[in-house]
Design a binder for this molecule. Structure first.
Ligand code: SF4
Length: 189
């Protein structure tokens, strides 16, 4: 897989203390994208699914993991490896929230079992391209055209409560590569 970042505990992209992952590769080129450094896959970010899982288990062995948030880049650009990854992390938590620039209908219409597996096994998909003019500083959504699909009905109550009781926040992490600012940033950030 090509993964630029793993951060924990992410508290601003879904309920609880989450592992956040940012996958590389996206050719959409949305104006105002907050992660243009993730558009290109980079050799230094290549990691086998097994090694990625080892890192995840190091986190979950030492800390509570309430869920996972997978963003990018375009996560569904790596559907094959991602489906296996989703399968393996579900034993830690199946509260898996995933972002995609593709609409749910488009993903569903792919004749691709890996994409189907992901959609059948994640809790939430937030879909649609980022449109800077429609960034209204809302919780979880970069722009108002995007939609939050709760795909696992077992998580409906948790997410409805989270969406009604939480406001949008930014969380900054200090890493070896500098400060990484996580969350839905305001237009022009
Ligand atoms: S789909 Fe996401 S990562 Fe890709 S350009 Fe648009 S905002 Fe950036």
């Amino acid at each position: 897989m090509n993964v630029a970042r793993i951060l924990y505990p992410v508290r601003v992209l879904g309920p609880g203390e989450r592992v956040g992952l940012w996958l590389c590769g996206c050719n959409r080129g949305c104006k105002g994208c907050s992660n243009p450094e993730l558009w290109q896959r980079k050799p230094e970010f290549e990691i086998s699914t097994d090694n990625l899982l080892r890192l995840i288990h190091k986190i979950s062995d030492a800390h509570p993991v309430d869920g996972f948030t997978i963003s990018g880049g375009e996560p569904f650009g790596q559907s094959q490896d991602l489906s296996e990854f989703v399968k393996q992390i579900s034993v830690i938590s199946d509260d898996i929230l995933i972002y995609s620039g593709y609409k749910l209908e488009t993903l569903r219409s792919r004749n691709d079992s890996a994409t189907g597996y992901i959609l059948d096994n994640v809790a939430v998909l937030i879909d649609g391209a980022y449109i800077e003019e429609l960034n209204d500083n809302s919780l979880l959504k970069g722009s108002s055209n995007q939609k939050i699909h709760i795909l696992n009905s077992g998580y409906s109550a948790l997410y409805q409560r989270y969406l009604s009781e939480t406001h949008n926040q930014i969380q900054n992490f200090t890493t070896a590569d500098g400060i990484v600012s996580v969350g839905i940033h305001r237009k022009g950030f």
